[in-house]
Ligand binder design. Structure first.
Ligand code: GLA
Length: 387
């Protein structure tokens, strides 16, 4: 694929690109809505990715071809970086915006972007796009950014320019992901550890179930959940609590009346989910996939009932997973409100399970989902002076 993209860049701009970067999407095994609550997450990078090819220009014009949309757009660094237009170009502008706020000295570029992460699928195509752009600009303009700075700047662009108040998980795993490993990240200290995912040894695979539900309200609902979880923590601070890591389920039960129903439920999800992530890490260390699966099911229930970010389409995956002998666990992955779910499943039974969920979706009158297996892949990579 890389050669095809390099040839396409050359055809469009007349020269080969000076830099090629690629950054993956992700699945999150467990630890949902815990990143911005400064808890634990356990995501993995996947084989689907965004590729970004670029060359520097001498002026301040950014000209970019988005192959997936067959669209070219451009803007001037001097004049229109501040203006948000909506759509994919804002992700590019957001990166230039965040880097110039850091005092980086930037010029225009000719760029070509291509990706195979389905958009709006909850597999972090936007984080992959942001990371691929920053890592290319880092090389092109010799910015000297560390991998952690790349992840944090990508998050800042999404938070402060695009306006989604996401945590650091997606950008972090897009940068740091490793083949056949999950990344156990403490979002408070940013300490992380690679946990081997020996799925093939047990003949297991990870199936993505993309609901294809339109996610128009997803970002406002996401921001609302975030502020509810913060609100609950604020109230708990009156009892000497600093972060969610200090909270226990028994303390929550004690303070249930003071918290009120909504805050109580949001907090209960965060506290229990943090515990589940730690248990999932131990299960993976022991190759205990039955235990991992059990935790995935529990996580879904908590996201459905306490954090309330599921939807009927995602619940369908959970219900089919529970009924199936070959599915060890299933849950929504990412923000929820549509997007995708994952199922941990015996490889040989993937085709029949796919058929089962698709038939059930049809029976319930849902949009036809997309189901496919994902491989656990590498994090970002960049290559200079591509020929
Ligand atoms: C989205 C956000 C992440 C994280 C998840 C929920 O993917 O981008 O930061 O909060 O939702 O776990």
């Amino acid at each position: 694929m890389d050669d095809v993209l390099i040839r396409s860049f050359r055809e469009k701009f007349g020269t080969p690109p000076e830099v090629y970067s690629s950054a993956p999407g992700r699945i999150n095994l467990i630890g949902e809505h815990t990143d911005y609550n400064l808890g634990y997450v356990l995501p993995s990078a996947i084989h689907l990715h965004v590729a970004f090819l670029a060359s520097g220009r001498t002026d301040g014009i950014v000209r970019i071809w988005a192959d997936n949309f067959k669209q070219e757009k451009s803007f001037s660094l001097q004049q229109d970086v501040e203006a948000r237009r909506g759509g994919w170009i804002d992700y590019v502008k957001g990166i230039f915006w965040v880097l110039s706020k850091q005092g980086a000295s930037l010029r225009g570029i000719d760029a070509y972007v291509w990706g195979n992460i389905p958009l709006e699928s909850g597999l972090s195509s936007s984080a992959a796009l942001e990371v691929s752009i920053i890592s290319a600009l880092d090389v092109l303009f010799k910015l000297g950014l560390s991998p952690l700075e790349i992840a944090k700047l990508a998050q800042a662009a999404e938070n402060d320019y695009v306006g989604v108040k996401c945590g650091l998980m997606d950008q972090f795993v897009s940068v740091f992901g490793k083949k056949d490993k999950a990344v156990f990240l403490d979002c408070d200290t940013l300490a992380y550890e690679y946990i081997p995912l020996r799925l093939t040894r047990e003949d297991l695979g990870i199936l993505v179930y993309d609901t294809r539900v339109p996610r128009d309200l997803a970002s406002s609902a996401y921001n609302k959940r975030r502020s509810e979880a913060m609100g609950a923590l604020e109230r708990l601070r009156e009892y000497g609590i600093q972060t969610y890591k200090d909270v226990t389920l028994s303390l929550l039960d004690e303070k249930k009346n003071e918290l009120g129903e909504t805050y109580y439920k949001r907090a209960r999800h965060v506290v229990a989910e943090n515990e589940r992530v730690k248990k999932a890490v131990s299960a993976l260390r022991d190759d205990n996939f039955h235990e991992l699966g059990r935790l995935l099911f529990q996580s879904h229930k908590s996201l459905r009932d306490d954090y309330q970010v599921s939807c009927p389409e995602l619940d369908l995956l959970f219900e089919c997973g529970k009924k199936s002998q070959s599915c060890l666990g299933a849950r929504l992955t990412g923000a929820g409100f549509g997007g995708s779910g994952i199922a941990l499943i015996r490889k040989k039974d993937i085709p029949s399970f796919k058929m089962q969920v698709s038939d059930e979706a049809q029976r319930r009158g849902f949009v036809t989902p997309a189901c496919y297996e994902v491989e656990i892949g590498e994090g970002m990579r960049t290559q200079i002076r591509v020929k």
